[in-house]
Structures are given as C-alpha cells and as structure tokens.
Design a protein around this ligand. Structure first.
Ligand code: ADP
Ligand code: ZN
Length: 603
C-alpha cells in the first residue's frame, strides 16, 4: 500500500525502529503531512494506530515533539513503551518528584528529547511553554482532542487554553487526534485548536477483528462465566456492569469459580483502584469487572473480550467501550447481554425524565437505535457503522447474525393477542401478570381480579411463556408498548400499536430460542495449535520474566501478535527474528537472544 517514494525515511523508521512492515489505513498520509510541517486532524478508531502518526514525524523533524495527553497513566505507559523502542521520551505531570522534573527540563534544554509528554495544565500553567521557542519544537500533538468539546462527556477545561498554541508557535505543525468522530466535536476541534488550513483525515471506524454478539440475558453471571470459560480462558477482558455493587458481587462470584477477576469502580479507594488497574495491565489474563469509570486511557493492546452485563448508555458508548478490545488487531469479542428488564428500565427512565420535549426526543432516538441494534436480525457491524454515518458493504461475516442468521417469525397475531390482553386488563399490570392471563394461569389473584373471566383469558396457550416474554421485550423495544409513567411496573399501549391491532402492519420478529447446538459464533480467541502450545508458553514465559525484571507490562516487551508470528516463522537467527513484525532494531538487540533460546529449548 505504501508508496516507495524517493525519500522513504518514514517507512524506514516504521521498519527499523518499530519493526512494522507497512502503514495502516491513513497513517502514511498523516505522517507525510505532519512531517512536511502541515497541521492535521486525525480521526481514527481506538486501536487504529494514532500514536505513530505523531511519533514518526517526531523522529523525522528536528526538535522535540510536545504531546499533550489528559491522563497521567496513559503518558507513563507511552513513555515506557517508547523507551523500549530506544526513543528518547519523557513526561511532565504533577505526580513527578521535583528531582525528576529537573532532569526532564535539563534534557529538554539540552535538546536531548525526541518526545515530551505533558498534561495540559503543565504545558500552559507550569511555565513550560515560555521555555520553548518555535525553533525547538518539532510539532505539537494533542491526544484525545475531543476533550476540548464542551458537549462531550470527556470535557477538560484546560484543553480550551490549547488554542493558544497555533498563534504562539506559527510554523510548528499541530496534529489533533481523537477516536470520537461526530461532526460537532470535529468542528469544535477544528475551530478551537487548529489553524484554518489544517487537513482532516478520517479513517474507517470499522474494527474488523472484533466479533459482535448480543445474547438474551437469562442468568447473567452464569452466562458471563460460560463465555469466559468457553473460548477466553486465561485471557484478559473487561466485564461492564451498571452498578458499583454489581461489579464487586460479580468479581467475587467469578473469583470463587477460579477466574482471575477484580472489581473496579469510582467508589473504591484510589489505592485499590490503582492496584487493580496495575494488575490488569501487568498480569496475563486478569478479568476486570467494572463500571464505565474504567477504560478511558487504558492502552492495553491484548484485551481479548469486552462483555456488557447491562445495556450501555447509547450506541456511541457501546462502540467506545467495545473498542477497548483487540487493539492489537488479533481476534477479539464483544458480547452484550440484554433482557426485558433492561428495556423496561430504560424506557421507564426516559418516560419519567423531566427533560424538555426536544431533549427527550433526542434521547428517545438514541434509545431506539440502541434497542434496534439489540433486536435486529441483520449484520450488526453494518448497523453500527451506519449509525456513525459509514457504509459497510455487505455482511461482515464476523457478527452473530452473519455467522448464525437468526430465525424470524410472523408475530402479528400473537402481538395482537398480547396487546389486547394489556388493554383488557386495564393497562395497569406488568408483563408477568399479562402473560399469566394469556396463558390461562390459575393464580388466585387472577380470580380475585376477575381476569379469568376476560375474553383474553387463555387465548395464548398456543405459545410457551418464553415466547410471550420475548414478544413483550420486542414490543417494548419497538415502542409499541411502554411502561406506565408512574413507574409501577405496568404496561401501556402506545399510539404506534394501533396499526398492528388493526392488522395494517405486520410484525416479523426474531425467534429467540435457546441455543441447543453449540453455536458457531461462540469464542474467537487466539488459536494456538496443540502441537505449538509448549513453544507458545515458552515465549510467554520469556516475555513475562523480562517484563517482571524491568517492571513493565508484558506487552511493552512484545505484543501477542509478535509472539504469534515468532511461532509461525520459527526464526533460528537474530537476522530472521528481525523480520518478525513488531521486532525493531532496539528490541532485537535487547531481547533477541533470550527469545531465540526460549524457542530452541521448547518442545
Ligand atoms: P490508538 O491510539 O489509535 O488506539 P495505538 O497507536 O495505540 O492506537 O495503536 C494500536 C496498536 O496497533 C498498537 O499496538 C500499535 O503498536 C499497533 N500498530 C500501529 N500501527 C501499526 C502498523 N502500521 N503496523 C502494525 N501495528 C501497528
Ligand atoms: Zn455481520
């Protein structure tokens, strides 16, 4: 894909320093623009490879590249990773001891840094900017640039001040990077941060290595346990729960069953949070059971799965959260559990909200999109990307609906029965009661209420309860029924259901069946052939020892993708090892022998 231009210093740095063979997506164009001194806005999905877009120009241009990043943990990780490539990088943030800060500033003055990471308040308020002249600066990179948007949920007031950079440092290229791509945020970044002539590069937001699946929620914990055991044993992953309590309960429950699970939420002490996060980053195979407080700025490349025990807030949130899986490009999986109670809760919250009509309308659209995604019977990826305004040609072949096309049925008549039963019982009762009436239940309460004498009593005996539950959920999801506004758990008809009752609209719905045969879409993890297991473990062991000795997460030494390629190529010399993707010059010198020995010694 890359052009072999006259001066291919960018490609040389990619190969020699980072050990990668080719550029991905629009990396090349962005690197060329910034290296030539032009400013740019780069929109790429998580895992798309944003970092190289400023790291390579930083090495190609004279002076230091100043990288603004909102999270200290993220900065430290990046600096650590860069040093392992033999690159001169440092960071400045409030947590740094005075002595180290002095050393960093001295290195800066000496021109001994290629990249300097700084928190925005350090750069602007800490006198750092005044210390730098335009000649000294190779470029400015603003990571997580969407933090400048007041409308987004990651707004950082300090980011607003960064607008001064473009004026104060004319001629120094500025590159803003983000994975949040909606048009309003994009326009805001452009207007507040970048010079008028900055180019915009938008990469595809598809994450082809992530397999999307949605499962009906039945016994959530057991389902999560089964998902982990069946295809993800020993792998790192995240389980998102809605409540803080649930994260602790589920983590403990999984731990009792032998899963290396830890909880994480904003209510835990800072020490415990840091400790759990650290274990997640440094140990192999930790499962983090967390609220959405966890994840922003977690740069771990080998998260193999993201499971949602509860519905996310929106499709945007879902995409961001699932995007944390599989940054290394290897197969990863996102599974969402979804049940009637979730639908009911979200619909009830919306109806009960005090927001004004316009806002409510927007919220309703969001919720409709989310529920539509859960219920749909066609390619999930196409739907997700479509929501973000991107066309995906044809079926993806890597989502549950593509792999196991769901059965559908004409539910019009059944829906009419259910709607009638809701109506006849006075639109006051919840799904359980209505289903009891439909299926001709014998509960005393039915008789007390006289519901056993209604015309709808027992007219639904032809379907099992499971079908009626699934139908209720789908009618709620489609907005054909809604929770009563008082929130007592009752169901009401909506205007939209009239067409169904009159037979003017046919309903073709998903047939929820419990999988009886093992479903083909399950699992998706890295597959190592049994014959190669020994060598694979030897490579991982070698990596772990080095990582422990150096006090860094294993992926800083080498990514899984690199180890897998070693397994495939079986290099017998340093020269051969140097051709493996992810093995740059520096790491080859430092670790080459150790990995060759590990391979040779293993069976
Ligand atoms: P982002 O910041 O966009 O989420 P990163 O910059 O962290 O993504 O890159 C994601 C992963 O992809 C990293 O592990 C990185 O080393 C790897 N990567 C980036 N560019 C390439 C490339 N051209 N070839 C191979 N791997 C790459
Ligand atoms: Zn698909």
């Amino acid at each position: 894909m890359e052009s072999t231009s006259i001066d291919d210093s960018a490609l040389r740095v990619l190969r020699e320093t980072f050990g990668y063979e080719a550029f991905r997506g629009r990396q090349r164009e962005i690197i060329d623009a910034v290296s030539a001194g032009r400013s740019a806005l780069a929109l790429m999905p998580t895992g798309g490879g944003k970092s190289l877009c400023y790291q390579i120009p930083a090495l190609l241009r004279a002076g230091v590249a100043v990288v603004v990043s909102p999270l200290i943990a993220l900065m430290q990780d990046q600096v650590e990773a860069l040093r392992h490539y033999g690159i001169r990088a440092a960071c400045l943030h409030s947590g740094l001891p005075a002595e180290e800060r002095r050393d960093v500033l001295a290195a800066l003055d000496d021109g001994a840094l290629d990249l300097l990471y700084a928190a925005p308040e350090r750069l602007l308020g800490g006198g750092l900017l005044e210390r730098l002249s335009p000649e000294q600066v190779a470029l400015f990179a603003i990571d997580e640039a969407h933090c400048i948007s007041q409308w987004g949920h990651d707004f950082r007031p300090e980011y607003l001040q960064l607008g001064r950079l473009a004026e104060g440092f004319p001629g120094v290229p500025l590159v803003a990077l983000t994975a949040t791509a909606d048009a309003r945020t994009r326009a805001e970044i452009q207007r507040r941060l970048l010079p008028a002539d900055a180019e915009t590069f938008i990469a595809s937001f598809d994450r082809p290595n992530i397999r999307y699946r949605v499962r009906i929620k039945e016994r959530p914990r057991a389902q999560i346990l089964e998902l982990i055991r069946d295809g993800h044993a020993g792998e790192s992953g995240i389980v998102y729960c809605m409540s803080r309590r649930a994260t602790e309960d589920v983590a403990a429950w999984l731990a009792e069953r032998g899963i290396n699970a830890l909880p994480y939420h904003a209510g835990l002490s800072a020490t415990l949070r840091a400790h759990n996060q650290d274990r997640f980053l440094r140990e192999d195979g930790v499962v983090m059971v967390a609220t959405i407080a966890f994840g922003m700025g977690i740069d771990k490349p080998d998260v193999r799965f993201v499971f949602h025990m509860d519905l996310p807030k929106s499709l945007e949130a879902y995409y961001q959260e699932t995007g944390r899986a599989g940054r290394d490009g290897l197969p990863a999986e996102a599974v969402l559990l979804y049940g009637t109670r979730d639908v009911y809760r979200l619909r009830a919250m919306l109806e009960g909200s005090e927001a004004n009509a316009r806002h409510k309308q927007l919220e309703r659209q969001r919720l409709d999109a989310l529920l539509g995604f859960c219920e749909q019977t066609t390619c999930r990826r196409q739907a997700l990307l479509g929501w973000f305004g991107e066309d995906h040609p044809g079926d993806c072949g890597n989502c549950d609906n593509c792999l196991e096309p769901p059965r559908t049925w004409d539910a019009t008549e059944a829906a009419q029965k259910l709607l009638s039963a809701i109506y006849r019982t006075g639109q006051r009762f919840g799904a359980n009661h209505v289903i009891e009436v439909l299926t001709g239940g014998s509960a005393a309460r039915l008789r007390e209420l006289g519901h056993d004498r209604l015309s709808v009593y027992g007219i639904g005996r032809d379907h099992p309860r499971l079908i009626w539950q699934s139908l209720t959920r789908q009618l709620l999801a489609q907005g054909l029924v809604q929770p009563d506004p008082e929130g007592h758990g009752g169901l009401r008809l909506t205007e939209a259901c009239r067409a169904v009752l009159r037979g003017e609209r046919r309903l073709v719905l998903r047939a929820d069946t419990r999988p009886t045969t093992p479903d083909r879409s399950r699992g998706s993890s890295i597959r190592v052939a049994p014959a190669e297991r020994g060598r694979w473990e030897a490579l991982r062991h070698c990596r772990r020892s080095i990582a422990e000795a150096e006090g860094v997460p294993p992926y800083v030494v080498f990514h899984d993708a690199t180890l897998l390629e070693m397994l495939r190529c079986m290099p017998a010399s340093l020269e051969e090892l140097g051709h493996v993707s992810g093995v740059g010059r520096h790491k080859l010198e430092k670790y080459g022998e150790a990995f060759l020995e590990a391979l040779a010694a293993a069976e």
